[in-house]
Design a protein around this ligand. Structure first.
Ligand SMILES: Cc1cc2nc3c(=O)[nH]c(=O)nc-3n(C[C@H](O)[C@H](O)[C@H](O)COP(=O)(O)O)c2cc1C
Ligand SMILES: [Fe+2]
Ligand SMILES: [Fe+2]
Length: 397
């Protein structure tokens, strides 16, 4: 069995990256990441769909040659031009001197800007354009801002395959198998939440537009640029992307706090206990100074409730907590049941500053508490009331 064969004459030629610590130099990769690329071999022409990150070229060329030997590549289709997929373009053009680059107007201008490639190597395609490979046909759908302005998807009707770019992708390298039917996919789903919320999160409405655009197609294989090929799990992957891109969340509460000397932390723990006492089962508490931003963003996207706590720090929000709030407002987070807690010693400021973020994010603050110096019986009563109010709104929704 050729584990790289998806359907007849369509092959996986992507590579795994298990050495990069952080994707975009930001987001941790505990299980690595794959850069997916595919060969579509028609009776007349051979097309390559996307390339890989520049550090993995050697494995990449070997993967291509393992599938097509010394045959030539006629077309390199660029669905997404971000360097994690376009880094291989110069090597491919050199290795396959007859290959033409296929992309839309924006792609071509970006590729020129990055790689300084001559005009005669490009073929420009627009929305709905087709490219014939003999017994297979490629059709292009422009899907801007999933996740850059030039992104598009490519459909092969003969095989019911949609090449989706970053959409429906996930962190996590491939461990042997490439199609979901060949592996246990359990651990990829958390990585999908993290991938979506960290990377694509800001572009929810564009994801919705893209999903609507391809919804009429008969799709049996979803081939994205990262992670497994979805075949039996297309519905599940679509459902996660569909919900996250509408900022729909699951039952549960994320608590993000900062604390220098443990007083604000004590309130965070008490709020957690008070929520649990009221039946909330999914509670994730993160110390913003220790937890990685990637996981805090992922949990905040995932769960309905979001409670943020901060000490006052030189009349500001404690910096790691503010970083988190910036990440939330950048991603235009919506639909959260939001509450805040804060502390100060001589002049309260964190509370008011968090209110400004709430206004920016257009989130109502269900309840808030502001503690002077350290917790008293009144602070615990406030924490219980805050939990009660959050749970009341959660159950009403
Ligand atoms: C560097 C620094 C700056 C601070 N700035 C303020 C301030 O501007 N206003 C204030 O009321 N308290 C200020 N504080 C006191 C903290 O807000 C107080 O220690 C904190 O709220 C207690 O919570 P914690 O134990 O969770 O850190 C400051 C503390 C430090 C260490
Ligand atoms: Fe991307
Ligand atoms: Fe990507």
């Amino acid at each position: 069995m050729n584990i790289r064969e998806i359907t007849e004459d369509v092959f996986y030629v992507g590579v795994n990256d298990r050495t990069t610590d952080r994707f975009e130099n930001l987001w941790p990769l505990p299980y690595g990441v794959s850069y997916n690329s595919y060969i579509v071999k028609g009776s007349e022409k051979i097309a390559l769909i996307d390339t890989v990150e520049i550090g993995t070229i050697r494995d990449y060329i070997r993967a291509i040659e393992s599938q097509i030997g010394d045959a030539q590549i006629d077309y390199l289709v660029i669905n997404h031009m971000e360097p994690d997929h376009s880094g291989g373009i110069p090597s491919i053009l050199e290795h396959y001197p007859m290959a033409k680059l296929v992309g839309n107007r924006q792609t071509i201008s970006m590729v020129k800007g990055y790689y300084h490639i001559e005009d005669d190597r490009f073929i420009e395609v627009g929305d709905g354009a087709e490219l014939n490979l003999g017994n297979k046909n490629l059709k292009f759908y422009l899907t801007p801002m999933v996740h850059w302005p030039e992104t598009m998807m490519t459909y092969v009707e003969e095989d019911c395959i949609l090449f989706t770019g970053d959409a429906l992708g996930t962190f996590g390298a491939l461990n042997g198998g490439v199609i979901d039917t060949e592996m246990n996919t359990d651990w990829y789903w958390d990585e999908m939440y993290r991938y979506y919320s960290n990377i694509v999160g800001k572009y929810g409405r564009f994801v919705q537009k893209a999903l609507a655009k391809v919804s009429g197609l008969d799709i049996k294989y979803v081939c994205s640029t990262h992670g497994p090929i979805w075949h039996e799990n297309i519905g599940k992957a679509l459902d996660i992307y569909n919900r996250l891109s509408q900022y729909e969340s699951e039952p549960g509460v994320t608590i993000i706090y900062g604390s220098m000397y443990g007083n604000t932390a004590e309130v965070a723990e008490e709020i957690g206990r008070q929520l649990a006492a009221r039946g909330v089962k999914n509670i994730k508490i993160h110390n913003a100074s220790k937890s990685n931003m990637s996981y805090m963003i992922s949990d905040a996207f995932r769960y309905e409730g979001l409670i943020v706590g901060s000490p006052t720090y030189s009349m500001q929000i404690f910096p790691p907590v503010e970083q988190f709030l910036i990440a939330m407002s950048t991603r235009e987070i919506k639909n959260k049941v939001f509450a805040t807690f804060s502390s100060f010693t001589w002049a309260s400021a964190a509370s008011g500053k968090m209110k400004e973020y709430a206004e920016k994010m257009k989130l109502d603050i269900v309840d808030s508490l502001d503690m002077k110096q350290s917790a008293t019986q009144f602070t615990f009563e406030d924490a219980a009331r805050l939990a009660e109010n959050v749970v009341a709104v959660l159950t009403k929704r």
